[in-house]
Design a protein around this ligand. Structure first.
Ligand code: AMP
Ligand code: MG
Length: 315
């Protein structure tokens, strides 16, 4: 069924068919996942992958995550190893992305991996996107559905805000449950976290039974260094605002109601804070604030991922 916006659809048998047809034709669609919404296209198609980079204005050196619905499909394109199987069993489908070596016979378009010999893969959990993946015979390259360096989308309307009518289909799958991008773990050598997320390094370490590498490797993920996840206005971390024209992102009970204060979680719950992060930053931007100050957020558990995104947004 169509929403009042001509390109936002709720998920049904009919929209599944329409989405699959569109993907097979090489078009891009906006899809819900449990982390953030994705901009999806056929990862084997040069035409579709090129369009992803163009529409997002994403630098070509920033590789895309490839999404699969099962192991059989994934092993056509990547070399699955022991550490992968341990983590897959525990966390998949879910918010964990694995960097693995590319298989010799992989049909992935070279642009997807920015010509690297490694591939980032994920198995998303959202029902709609899983069903779509099941109904096609190619994996989906799917970065977050926002213009490069901007805020990640956590609902269908956020996707519309960045792409308007340039996307013919956006599937409305409700608000993304986790609301923050997947953890990225590099398993091509000694296991190493490249991007923090809901699945923590402590959990990964426990499953693998080894310490994770802290080595500053040569830049494996070019896209991870730059300014990213930004609302487009200055963010000042760990400080209170000086005047009334600034927005203040806070965390926990101790703050009284104030129209310029935006609480990530009154209960001081980091998971709730993570799921509110992009929603609140988008709200602040849309209200026309010129600056965002952010209170110190505990740097543990999901707080690590929240601080990572905030600090990159503040660059
Ligand atoms: P996004 O799709 O915007 O959530 O970002 C995906 C991130 O995954 C990129 O910024 C890369 O840093 C990382 N990534 C994707 N492919 C690879 C790869 N082959 N090696 C290392 N990191 C990767
Ligand atoms: Mg992104």
């Amino acid at each position: 069924m169509k929403n009042i916006y001509s390109n936002i659809y709720s998920f049904s048998k009919k929209t599944l068919k329409k989405t699959v047809k569109s993907l097979k034709q090489g078009n891009l669609v906006g899809l819900p996942t449990e982390t953030v919404y994705g901009l999806a296209g056929n990862a084997y198609s040069n035409h579709a992958v090129k369009k992803i980079f163009k529409l997002k204005k994403r630098p070509k050196r920033n590789p895309l995550i490839v999404h699969y619905c099962n192991l059989n499909d994934a092993q056509r394109d990547v070399l699955l190893n022991k550490n992968f199987f341990k983590l897959y069993k525990k966390f998949c489908p879910g918010p964990l992305t694995f960097v693995l070596k590319k298989a010799v016979n992989s049909k992935l378009n070279p642009l997807v991996t920015a010509n690297l010999n490694t591939v980032a893969i994920r198995f998303p959990k959202h029902k709609a996107t899983k069903l779509i993946l099941k109904s096609i015979n190619f994996p989906l390259a799917m970065p977050s559905a926002n213009l490069s360096s901007r805020l990640s989308p956590v609902q269908a309307l956020d996707v519309l805000e960045d792409f308007q009518n340039n996307l013919k289909i956006i599937i409305d799958g409700g608000k993304s449950k986790i609301g923050i991008e997947s953890t990225v773990v590099d398993l091509t050598g000694y296991p190493k976290i490249l991007r923090p997320g809901l699945v923590s390094s402590v959990e990964i370490k426990k499953v693998l039974g080894v310490n994770l590498s802290k080595k500053k490797s040569k830049i494996k993920s070019p896209g991870m260094l730059k300014k990213h996840y930004s609302p487009g206005i200055p963010i000042i971390m760990g400080r209170k605002p000086k005047n009334q024209e600034d927005a203040f992102i806070v965390f926990g009970k101790k703050y009284k109601k104030n129209k310029h204060y935006f609480n990530l979680s009154k209960n001081a719950d980091l998971k709730e804070a993570g799921s509110n992060l992009y929603k609140i930053m988008r709200k602040i931007k849309n209200k026309g604030y010129k600056r965002i100050f952010v209170e110190k957020i505990p740097n543990k558990d999901l707080g690590l991922a929240i601080n990572d995104r905030l600090s990159r947004a503040s660059k």
